[in-house]
Design a protein around this ligand. Structure first.
Ligand SMILES: NC(=O)c1ccc[n+]([C@@H]2O[C@H](COP(=O)([O-])OP(=O)(O)OC[C@H]3O[C@@H](n4cnc5c(N)ncnc54)[C@H](OP(=O)(O)O)[C@@H]3O)[C@@H](O)[C@H]2O)c1
Length: 426
């Protein structure tokens, strides 16, 4: 028996699939129990087909998805085009044509995963996507298979390589945000529009997916509070260092008595926290649970070979089931009603960076404002910036999310004060 696959797109990750199938062919065939063959590859147009052929790729390239949908010999469709459309339509059509689907498309899964999983279930086929979170780290299958007996209480993740590369440069070299972005672009880590990476959007997509595997709940993307790294200055980095912290963009999902909550925000991490050691483009997912306690899964979050390895692992799992003729299990079977935590139940420490005129009484204004919210200062640093301006950095004691939101609103509205930045402190 041979399991036939079709690739949608032949870019960075997709072109790694045939490479792996060849490089590890003996192990892959033994593990899958069958040969896996690339039957068709969907490319954008005839010109791309010609270029790929000229490069020596001898696949059956097609430019019309129906050539794949109508081919009964194709068992698995691998979507590696990215973006929402036409990926969503093509995946839906493939599932309706009773083909299993593998994808690495976190944007699509975060926005429309529930709908696609329903189409898969209704058609008796499976949708697998190990590569969608932290590309080369086998975290989703680990959560779905190895944490079945455990209760996860918190997930912390450094899951965006581009922003982590930039933050590492800003921390280790003292670079500004703009300098770090320029280097990330030069090295090909940042896209021409870096918004998704630097504003925490990509990491928020991954929190949506992780919430399903770790907590059995689906947090909607719009409910993941996300903030990026654009506003972090060398002064924030220096102060963090002075206090024994490093700043990273950290995604967090936590289960509190009232429900779950997810966010992606710049965070002061103690230097001895394992996540603080995750540097450059590397990713890590830190899992806190009742049984295993603390475990960190570390590795490459992107790249052709790491990501294609996760994609092919999904294909092998599917191939094993296809031969048995059994209905394939869903990728994740942990599901319960989604209940969101109340803001009162979310308590953290925060750093506030504020600029104001350098004159008497300014700190008192702030102290009164914090006092009115029942929040006290843990540490305060003041620095003269010249031109009669001063910078005030406050690390406040723990407060709940209502108090934090209220403080942000009130400081922002305070005449003569500029709230330059807020950063969570772990
Ligand atoms: N790269 C990584 O390390 C990584 C890691 C984890 C997850 N992922 C995910 O994996 C997916 C693929 O990423 P990638 O980096 O391989 O992207 P990529 O290099 O841009 O490849 C995507 C390919 O699909 C083609 N394509 C787009 N729309 C098409 C259409 N309608 N018909 C046929 N071909 C089409 C693109 O052609 P054009 O160039 O003509 O647009 C391009 O060749 C994305 O969902 C991404 O988020 C990637």
């Amino acid at each position: 028996m041979t399991v036939n696959i079709a690739l949608l797109g032949f870019g960075t990750v997709a072109s790694g699939v045939p490479f792996l199938l060849q490089e590890n062919s003996t192990k892959i065939t033994a593990q899958a129990g069958t040969d896996i063959q690339i039957a068709k590859v969907l490319v954008r147009d005839v010109a791309e087909k010609d270029v790929l052929r000229a490069q020596g790729h001898a696949y059956d390239f097609v430019t019309d998805i129906s050539a794949i949908l109508n081919d009964d010999a194709i068992d698995i469709v691998i979507e590696l085009m990215g973006r929402i459309e036409p990926a969503k339509t093509f995946i839906t059509q493939a599932l309706q044509a009773k083909k299993h689907v593998v994808t690495a498309n976190k944007d699509l899964l975060a926005m429309h995963g529930a709908d696609l999983l329903k189409v898969a279930k209704d058609n008796g086929v499976a949708l697998y996507y190990e590569a969608a979170v932290a590309g080369g780290i086998p975290i989703l299958r680990t959560l779905a298979h190895s944490y079945t007996a455990d209760k996860i209480t918190k997930i912390l993740g450094v899951v965006n390589g581009t922003s982590n590369f930039m933050m590492t440069k800003m921390v280790d070299e003292g670079w500004t945000y703009d300098e770090a972005l320029a280097e990330a672009s030069r090295l090909g880590y940042a896209e021409s529009d870096p918004t998704n990476d630097v504003d925490g959007i990509d990491a928020a997509y991954k929190m949506v997916i992780l919430s399903q595997f770790a907590f059995g709940m689906t947090i909607k993307f719009d409910d993941v509070r996300h903030e990026g790294i654009r506003h972090i200055t060398p002064e924030d980095v220096k102060l963090a260092q002075k206090l024994g912290f490093v700043i990273k963009l950290v995604g967090e999902i936590v289960e509190r008595p009232s429900g779950i909550y997810a966010e992606v925000v710049p965070t002061f991490l103690p230097k001895d926290h394992q996540l603080a050691t995750v540097n450059g483009v590397m990713n890590a997912v830190f899992v806190e649970s009742i049984g295993i306690n603390e475990a960190m899964f570390y590795g490459p979050g992107a790249g052709q070979k790491p990501t294609a390895t996760s994609v092919v692992a999904d294909v092998i799992e599917l191939a094993k089931g296809i031969q048995k003729g059994a209905v394939l299990p869903a990728f994740n079977t942990f599901a319960r009603e989604t209940v969101y935590a109340t803001k009162e139940d979310l308590v953290d420490k925060y750093y506030f960076a504020i600029e104001t005129d350098d004159k008497a009484g300014q700190l008192l204004h702030l102290a009164e404002l914090f006092h009115a919210e029942n929040v006290s200062f843990e540490q305060v640093f003041q620095e003269n910036l010249g031109d009669n301006r001063a910078s005030i950095a406050i690390i406040a004691h723990k407060m709940d999310l209502n108090q934090f939101d209220s403080l942000v609103e009130k400081i922002s509205a305070l005449d003569g004060f500029t709230l330059r930045n807020t950063i969570k402190v772990i």
